[in-house]
Design a protein around this ligand. Sequence first.
Ligand code: NAG
Ligand code: NAG
Ligand code: NAG
Length: 155
Amino acid sequence: MKFLLYLGALTATLPSVLGSEDTSRKAIPACPPRPATPEEQERIFHAFTNEFYVQKNIPEAFDNYVWIDYIQHNPSIGQGRDAAVAALSKNPKVNNTIVHQTFTNNTGFVHHYEFTTPPIKIMDAYRMNGSCIVEHWDVIASLTLAEIDPTPLSS
Ligand SMILES: *[C@@H]1O[C@H](CO)[C@@H](O)[C@H](O)[C@H]1NC(C)=O
Ligand SMILES: *[C@@H]1O[C@H](CO)[C@@H](O)[C@H](O)[C@H]1NC(C)=O
Ligand SMILES: *[C@@H]1O[C@H](CO)[C@@H](O)[C@H](O)[C@H]1NC(C)=O
């Protein structure tokens, strides 16, 4: 068990150090929480957002950085990591733009536009326990209604 915990902790930080290719990671359990400094948390969080929102490697992003039993507050997605991967994988290669992202006090925020039909804007919030993402909230709205979004699509 200690060996597995160590491997999980190691793979949580490896991709941001070595780049995104690690052929062994699918065989390794999802990250278990371990203590991490705020700087380390922020680095891990941005490795997750890069893997998920930019590279769009959905299973890899979640297997590496999200706890298997993570708490989901989006009512249209079931609890846990695998339900999120299943839901998100239905439309994996939509064009998108990250407008803002930040990390503070164990919580990361990503404000992004997804150019689905119709396009939507989303604010995702993720809580980390040490090294590992353990909880998610989101706010989703139409990007097209002039009444609620009178500005053009620039950030
Ligand atoms: C994403 O944008 C690129 C470049 O504008 C375009 O070629 C591609 O078809 C778009 N993909 C989707 C899924 O909309
Ligand atoms: C940090 O977040 C916790 C909840 O996770 C909250 O209780 C606390 O007040 C927050 N601290 C700051 C400085 O915002
Ligand atoms: C973080 O994870 C550890 C190990 O699973 C657990 O004991 C602890 O209660 C968790 N803390 C928070 C704030 O979620």
